[in-house]
Design a protein around this ligand. Structure first.
Ligand SMILES: [Zn+2]
Length: 210
């Protein structure tokens, strides 16, 4: 446990950062994190641990974090496009660096859906929309239209300030994750597969490419 750190602990479907702690000429690899009341960084098995109270420097593994930021922002673009063009809400999702799935509540899949979604997403990436993050008081946040893009409101009742991730002109969501600064930084979105998981339950698998 550190008193402060730049490690993203995971949450909202985004996995935690990996990296290292540097102290006294040695390094502790960080391979996972847990968030309870405090943030716990999980060391690689067998790595040396600093003594309580020791000063350490942390370094986040940049290629992984950058890939996760691109993937997370890509999912918000997907979410925005599928809501705007097909009116479908998100029911779940998961991501790994450069690959992800998102589940939608969508009764029927129209012909050409996969191609239409992919094309519309990439149009938004080429448009280079800014991605802005701001915090709003809870009441104010929930007055924004369509702010909760997931089918159920997942923001706990005791959260007073809501963090909003705004892909300007496309999608606004309450979200705690890390994102790139504009949609062109995502790269390209490939819709790999659409799975029918039961009545109204469609799973879209995407890949993020350069
Ligand atoms: Zn998100």
């Amino acid at each position: 446990m550190l008193n402060r750190s730049a490690f993203f602990p995971g949450g909202g479907g985004q996995p935690p950062d990996h990296g290292v702690l540097l102290w006294g000429g040695v390094q502790t690899r960080i391979v996972d994190a847990r968030k309870g009341d405090d943030l716990y960084l999980i060391p690689a098995e067998g790595d040396p641990l600093p003594a309580a109270g020791a000063a350490v420097r942390g370094a986040v593994e940049d290629p992984r974090r950058t890939a996760l930021m691109r993937t997370h922002s890509g999912l918000h673009v997907l979410c925005g496009v599928v809501f705007r063009d097909f009116g479908a809400l998100v029911t779940g999702g998961n991501m790994e660096p450069l690959t992800a799935r998102m589940d939608f509540n969508l009764e029927a899949v129209p012909a050409g859906f996969k191609e239409a979604v992919e094309e519309a997403c990439n149009t938004e990436l080429r448009a280079d929309r800014r991605i802005l993050v701001r915090e709003l008081p809870r009441d104010e946040a929930f007055r924004l239209p369509d702010i909760i893009r997931t089918a159920t409101n997942l923001v706990p009742q005791d959260v007073k300030e809501v963090r909003i991730v705004d892909i300007v002109g496309l999608d606004q969501q309450a979200d705690g994750g890390t994102h790139v600064a504009s949609t062109s930084q995502i790269g390209k979105i490939e819709v790999v597969k659409i799975e029918n998981k039961g009545k109204g339950f469609r799973r879209l698998r995407i890949r993020i490419a350069d």
